[in-house]
Ligand binder design. Structure first.
Ligand code: BEZ
Length: 211
């Protein structure tokens, strides 16, 4: 059974490049990104883990802990990390799970048998501090993910979890946001003192509140 938005993220224990972890303990009160890749020593995966490492400061700024997973063994992960660091000019300092028995892959439905019987696809889960699933994305092995987009969605998730707003198409941090339709315009004017721009009664913008 696949996991859906709002579901509790299953906990697990796993061997990783940073030692054994309990997922919930690892996350603590932070947000989390759990993402799978098909295999070590493959080109697209090398660039994906490299980009994630290059963006570690951005994830940390947002209080997000990152955890990668594939079904390859620990010694392979450790050798490959050297290659990632060398070729992508980065320092991988987040754990990579060695999920040889597919425990995590099965829990999170990361193996899609009609794509590959054995390898994990490119699944990604964003998990909130309440341990529920806030975002899922799935890419095929042939397409590397856009980790700037992952950060963009996290910005939206963190903003909209604290304010009665949504973010429009292609929104970037700092741009105007949409006021929830449930708030009458007169009340919105009080709740959003930076201003309310009404395009239609159901489409009202305000400057990003948490800036
Ligand atoms: C890659 O990371 O390049 C890759 C991995 C598995 C299948 C296809 C591409």
């Amino acid at each position: 059974m696949s996991l859906r938005l709002g579901d509790k993220a299953p906990n697990f224990k796993a061997q990783t490049t940073e030692g054994e972890i309990d997922f919930y303990e690892f996350l603590g009160d932070s947000w989390g990104v759990l993402f799978s890749h098909p295999a070590d020593y493959t080109p697209v995966c090398t660039t994906e883990l490299g980009r994630t490492a290059q963006l570690q400061e951005e994830f940390k700024k947002r209080n997000v802990k990152v955890l990668a997973v594939s079904v390859d063994p620990l010694d392979k992960h450790k050798g490959w990390v050297n290659d990632i660091n060398e070729t992508q000019s980065c320092h991988v300092d987040f754990p990579i799970i060695a999920d040889e028995d597919r425990h995590v892959a099965d829990l999170y439905d990361m193996i899609h048998p009609n794509a590959s019987a054995t390898a994990t696809v490119r699944s990604l889960f964003v998990i909130g501090p309440d341990k529920t699933i806030k975002l899922t994305i799935t890419y095929p092995a042939s397409t590397g993910r856009n980790f700037h987009e992952v950060l963009r969605v996290i910005d939206s998730l963190q903003l909209t979890s604290n304010h009665s707003v949504s973010t429009p198409a292609d929104w970037q941090h700092g741009e105007d946001v949409i006021i929830a339709p449930s708030i009458p315009t007169e009340e919105a004017k009080k709740r959003f003192p930076k201003g309310v721009r009404e395009v239609k009664p159901y489409l009202r913008y305000t400057p990003q509140p948490n800036q």
